[in-house]
Design a protein around this ligand. Structure first.
Ligand code: BYC
Length: 474
């Protein structure tokens, strides 16, 4: 299908040939823009931002760079190319042709999955809406807005599926995606992490590293879906997601690098001395990491989940890179979970593999997270410091699954609740830590300049220099 970039809604789904669908989406478009103006990035809508826009899905068109005012960004509907004779890759229908329409018996489950995915996209934009004011550089400001407009496009992707395949229910769900709001007491976003405030840039980098990475794994799982339009949509979303994680990965790396520079200059790792010098001390960075990593772990769902088992059995949602697994049916296989034994210890339990899919995916996610830590720790190693950033155990500070509300140390050792409480200030950001981090957040809007607490990036965007005018305020 050819890309049509001239339509009011750019697309490669032949929208022009389906007047009813086109009208329905054109009706939703002003509601989306209303939402963007009310709850999208605050105050920068008149600025020209050096953004990449997807105008097609081929290598030439998916990343076209130019100055754009955010409300004029062309939020389009793009699906990856259809694969010839694609077959169901896992579960009970393995080997059968994939579905181009929604099977009646899976309609409400697929709708729920698409709504849950769709709900996270505008949620993250809402969470980040005030960050522009305190951006540490024009380069970072541009990256924030790039992430925001693309999350907006990912919302469009899910809304397209809801409108095109789920009739009136789908249209109602699309409206509700703009009615729930992050942190709203009455109508919160669906998943926990998407109601946490992101009010400083250290949290933003942690979120784009850890939470966007959940996005990567969930999108990869949905890209395996037998419902082919969902699979193709997610495949294309994944190309954009990589930059979001890059922003988090390099952002955290730059914060650590700058802290090391000042540790060297001052000859101390004393947090108070470092704070006086305007950088974020390593223990505080570790506490932020503990917070966002543990929160993001909950986004994979329960470790033993009958929902996950039925998604897998029915071919609705698979495992990332399903092709790498030997057994695509997993009807007989099992998985050993480590569970709290209720007496301060750990016990093992074998559960059917299908019920453990969330845990399998979570484990793959943890391995992927470790790569960033290795990179950040290299900065410390090269500078000759013994400190290292670590990932806490997957049992630590969970609110969901078998380890929910079980007190453990960051290493995963079950401990008494009193002991947990007495260490909280060492393990998670305190109000003081947050107040300090907030206190160094000031907008730096001069070309090439960086805030005191972060090192410059290694290179600019799209081969532009670091001192490029990434955002023009007029
Ligand atoms: N918070 O059987 P269970 C992204 C609910 S991020 C609140 O344990 P299941 C992005 C669950 O919905 C990726 N509720 O888990 C990143 C279920 O409720 P119902 C987003 C939670 O169903 C950055 C109940 O608890 N995409 O793209 O196997 C920026 C029992 O669930 C939570 C997706 O998540 C939680 N943390 O798996 C922008 C993919 N966890 O249905 C974007 C779609 C679970 O009984 N979603 N619950 O009322 C899914 O595949 C699944 O819903 C989950 C949960 C993986 C989330």
């Amino acid at each position: 299908m050819e890309s049509n970039y001239q339509d009011r809604i750019p697309n490669n789904v032949g929208l022009g040939a389906n007047r009813t669908l086109q009208r329905a989406l054109e009706h939703w478009q002003p509601e989306f823009l209303n939402w963007w103006h009310g709850l999208g990035p605050s105050d920068f809508n008149a600025s020209s931002v050096y953004l990449r826009t997807a105008i097609s899905v081929d290598t030439k068109g998916w990343a076209t760079f130019d100055y754009v005012k955010m409300p004029d960004y062309r939020w389009g509907i793009f699906l990856a190319q259809e694969e010839n004779d694609r077959r169901v890759g896992f579960g009970d229908h393995f080997g059968q042709p994939v579905w181009q329409q929604v099977p009646g018996e899976h309609r409400s489950t697929l709708r729920r999955l698409i709504v849950t995915q769709g709900d996270t996209e505008p949620a993250s934009v809402e969470q980040q809406r005030l960050l522009g004011h305190t951006a540490p550089s024009l380069y970072d400001l541009r990256n924030l807005f790039q992430v925001n407009v693309e999350e907006g496009r990912h919302l469009w992707a899910m809304v397209y599926l809801l409108h095109a395949y789920f009739g009136r229910d789908g249209r109602e769900e699309a409206e509700e995606l703009l009615e729930r709001h992050s942190g709203d007491a009455d109508k919160p976003r669906i998943l926990s992490t998407f109601n946490e405030p992101i009010s400083d840039w250290l949290s933003f980098y942690m979120f784009t590293y850890f939470t966007d990475r959940d996005g990567k794994f969930q999108l990869k799982s949905l890209a395996e879906s037998s419902f082919d339009p969902l699979s193709r949509t997610c495949k294309f979303m994944l190309t954009e997601e990589a930059h979001h994680m890059f922003v988090g990965d390099t952002g955290i790396g730059r914060v650590i690098k700058r802290t090391i520079e000042v540790m060297k200059e001052l000859g101390t790792d004393d947090p108070l001395a470092l704070r006086k010098a305007g950088v974020v001390d390593l223990p505080t960075i570790q506490k932020y990491l503990n917070f966002w990593f543990s929160s993001s772990l909950d986004l994979f769902g329960g470790d033993s989940s009958s929902n996950a088992a039925s998604y897998f059995a029915n071919g609705l949602k698979g495992r990332p890179d399903e092709i790498k697994y030997e057994d695509h049916i997993e009807a007989e296989s099992s998985f050993t979970l480590e569970l709290p034994d209720g007496k301060g210890g750990v016990r093992e339990e074998r559960i059917p593999m299908r019920n453990a899919v969330n845990e399998v995916v979570r484990e793959a996610y943890v391995r992927d997270c470790e790569k960033g830590l290795a990179r950040w720790n290299r900065h410390l190693e090269e500078a000759g410091y013994p400190q290292r950033m670590t990932l806490p155990s997957t049992r630590f500070r969970r609110t969901l699954g078998s380890w929910a509300n079980v007190a453990t140390s960051p290493e995963g050792k079950p401990i008494a609740q009193e002991e947990f409480n007495s260490h909280l200030d060492e393990w998670l950001p305190t109000p003081d830590d947050r107040a300090y981090v907030h206190s160094v957040m000031h907008g730096v809007f001069e070309r090439g300049k960086m805030a005191s607490w972060i090192a410059p990036p290694e290179r600019g965007i799209n081969t532009q220099p670091i001192n490029f005018e990434y955002v023009k305020f007029h």
